[in-house]
Design a protein. Structure first.
Length: 297
């Protein structure tokens, strides 16, 4: 039996990316290729590195390509090596990476570290995407609400409300929603779960009319101590929420409603690639969309 591929170690990372030049070469090779059709002269050209600048130049007409354009590190004064290192940290951590940890690790200000983490989380959401779940031939889909963060102020609970949907053996989708009510919960489920899917939930009122959306709906009654009924349970999504809450409390301490979705994208990314940890960093370092040529090219 072949061994399961493992995530790269810090030693592997340092060997692959020893300096800024190696990081820039990697971006150029994965986004454009050292040899490609020039957007200005239209010729198949080699592009050589312009020293002292983060760009490559066409051998024929001098048109310049910036591999960092359209990436989180466009116009940054922080070294590419540091950016790559932080992305490595995000893909090898199970419980998240705080801005304070980044600040201590690469020696930048807290403001810079927070911005780096925020942009990387947004990019993880872009790379992961949100695929449709379930379907008549798909696995059972579990849906569950969670309440994250906030404090009770004079009896008014200001926790953020999120919906989590996961297909057993498949992917997970999460979204911050305005309320726990059916009018916000069911449209969120309908957006990502194919009609005809088997859905398992608890007996919350918000889920009661899922059958009207074309789903085969089964429930478990947690208030009566029922957690499994045949194939109906919500253990998978509840385990995901437990990890999210544990990580937020242990690593981030608190998360504002404004940025909560970006943290959820981070946990989604790791959850959906949990069986392929060796691909996490590689995907982040090669999935940048290639920018459209400038109009005057």
């Amino acid at each position: 039996m072949s061994k399961k591929p493992k995530a790269p170690t810090l030693k592997d990372f340092l060997a692959q990316f020893p300096d800024d030049d190696s990081c820039l070469d990697h971006l150029m090779a994965t986004r454009y290729g050292k040899r490609h059709e020039c957007a200005k002269c239209g010729r198949l050209a080699n592009f050589h590195r312009v020293r002292s600048r983060r760009c490559y130049e066409c051998d024929f007409c001098g048109y310049q390509v910036y591999p960092t354009a359209g990436t989180p590190f466009e116009n940054t004064r922080t070294s590419l090596r540091d950016w790559f290192h932080v992305m490595f940290m995000f893909t090898t951590s199970r419980n998240g990476v705080s801005a304070k940890e980044v600040q201590r690790t690469i020696g930048v200000t807290y403001k810079t570290a927070w911005r780096m983490c925020n942009l990387i989380r947004q990019y993880m959401g872009y790379v992961d995407g949100d695929n449709s779940l379930g379907g008549k031939g798909g696995g059972i889909v579990e849906a569950d609400k969670a309440f994250i963060g906030g404090k009770d102020k004079r009896g008014h609970d200001d926790k953020a409300i999120v919906i989590g949907i996961t297909e057993r053996g498949g992917e997970t989708v999460t979204r911050v929603i305005p309320s726990r009510r059916e009018k916000d919960v069911l449209p969120a489920i309908a957006k990502w779960v194919r009609q005809g899917s088997r859905i398992a939930t608890d007996e919350a009122k918000a889920f009661r009319n899922l059958g009207e959306y074309g789903y085969r709906h089964g429930t478990v009654n947690h208030s009566e101590g029922q957690y499994v009924s045949g194939q109906v349970h919500t253990n998978t999504i509840e385990a995901f929420w437990a990890n999210v809450k544990r990580s937020i409390e242990g690593t981030y301490v608190s998360v504002s409603k404004k940025w909560l979705q970006t943290y959820l994208w981070e946990f989604e990314f790791r959850q959906n690639l949990r069986k392929h940890p060796h691909l996490m960093l590689d995907l982040l370092l090669r999935s940048f969309p290639r920018p459209a040529p400038k109009a005057d090219a």
